[in-house]
Design a protein around this ligand. Structure first.
Ligand SMILES: [Zn+2]
Length: 407
């Protein structure tokens, strides 16, 4: 509840690193708390990353494991002046907010609330997001660190802690120093429902379509002028209406999604995002889009277009499948903490997918956060505690299963 009161919203339009200086306000608090716990190497670097180490306390050689959370909150809703409210012993009723009479949170909208009867639930006050994404994850890592440094009877290898800025604006790993981090495997604490474990994200490309029309004085344009905006409109209207879009897909289905259009009669650009869990499917979806553009432009003689594909990120399962122990040990830890594991796929990207392809295989553990990026965002204290337990069991599973007798 202290962490969410620090405004750490990131800014998608900033080209600074971190995108907002205020994210470091929380990072400095975290460093101070880690040092106070006795984790003496904790520090904040100039790019806004916090690194810290809990030294190994076992005789065995165990791979170095990293736990990672992001300090920023999403730009989708205000993160300024967050007032967290602890609602003890949730009774299953609709929740109202002191600062917003129009806002309610009900089990009808969020059936997960039905599982949280008797839990202590934290919400915001109705005018801001809560920031449980990802301060619930940050808090879980901090609490687990605090527990481990006080319980030397729990054997573990070297544990690295990483807090990143700018995850919500896709720059969470932009300046991370993987070499300095020195971890073999990682877990982000950035997932939702109790017991959930995510090993899969979308694979993602961006496509920019640059359409050039033919411009003349409009008073003398008959038979000559080709309006790039009208060509763009025709291309958009050719996109499938019953499938292949975010609004018509779920589960494992991918999509083609125009996100921005910009231009004039002379020149118009459309930015698309292409998503699928199967990386080869991206090329197939890009071919559908290109075929639509080809067909439309052929019907507008004089018009032309460029089709620019940029790789954004890849499904982390491609990496995790080569290191099955990352998921196996997480499953074991969740089970030891008394929960049923639910495997989930993320219809988006995470820092974990980027880290995985930077050479640090990384899965995503639950924190309890719900209704993220909105004023209804909430989290159960008991779910957060289960995340802490899972971390504590997980480091022990790694020590037991992967620890080799030291040379
Ligand atoms: Zn997050």
């Amino acid at each position: 509840m202290r962490y969410v009161q620090v405004d750490t919203q990131s800014d998608p339009l900033s080209d600074k690193q971190p995108t907002t200086e205020k994210q470091k306000d929380l990072s400095r608090i975290l460093v101070h708390e880690l040092v106070t716990m006795g984790i003496s190497d904790a520090h904040l670097d100039e790019h806004g990353y916090v690194y810290a180490t809990i030294p190994s306390n076992t005789d065995k050689d165990v791979p170095v494991i990293c736990f990672c959370g992001h300090v920023d909150t999403a730009p989708d809703a205000s993160g300024t002046g967050v007032i967290p409210i602890l609602r003890q012993g949730y009774d299953g009723a609709t929740i109202t907010y002191p600062d917003n009479a129009h806002l309610t949170l009900s089990p009808a909208d969020f059936p997960y609330l039905n599982q949280l009867k008797g839990h202590d639930i934290i919400t915001a006050s109705g005018t801001t997001l809560l920031g449980a994404d990802d301060k619930a994850g940050v808090a879980a890592i901090m609490d687990a660190a605090h527990y481990l440094v006080r319980h030397s009877e729990i054997k573990h290898g070297t544990i690295r802690i990483l807090f990143t800025p700018d995850e919500e604006v896709g720059k969470g790993t932009a300046k991370v120093d993987i070499k300095k981090l020195g971890a073999a495997f990682a877990y982000t604490l950035d997932g939702g429902e109790q017991g959930s474990l995510e090993d899969e994200t979308f694979s993602a490309d961006a496509v920019q379509l640059v359409i050039r029309g033919v411009i003349t004085h409009p008073g003398y344009a008959k038979g000559k002028l080709v309006n790039a905006m009208k060509v763009a409109g025709d291309i958009l209207s050719k996109l499938p209406k019953t499938h292949l879009s975010p609004e018509t897909t779920e589960g494992h289905e991918g999509f083609i999604h125009p996100v921005r259009i910009d231009g004039s009669a002379e020149r118009c650009t459309i930015d698309f995002i292409i998503r699928d869990f199967d990386t080869p499917e991206l090329v197939i979806k890009e071919a559908v889009l290109k075929a639509a553009a080809d067909e439309v432009v052929t019907n507008h003689p004089g018009a032309s277009f460029d089709f620019i594909v940029t790789e954004q990120y890849r499904n982390m399962k491609e990496v995790l499948d080569k290191h099955p122990q990352v998921i196996a040990h997480a499953r074991e830890a969740i089970a030891r903490a008394g929960m049923t594991v639910t495997m989930e796929s993320i219809r988006g990207g995470t820092d974990g997918s980027r880290l995985s392809f930077m050479g640090l295989p990384c899965a995503n553990l639950f924190t309890g956060m719900q209704a993220i990026h909105s004023m209804k965002e909430f989290v159960s204290v008991q779910d957060m505690n289960k995340a802490v337990e899972t971390i504590v069991y997980l480091v022990q599973v790694w020590e037991e299963r992967e620890g080799a007798a030291a040379q």
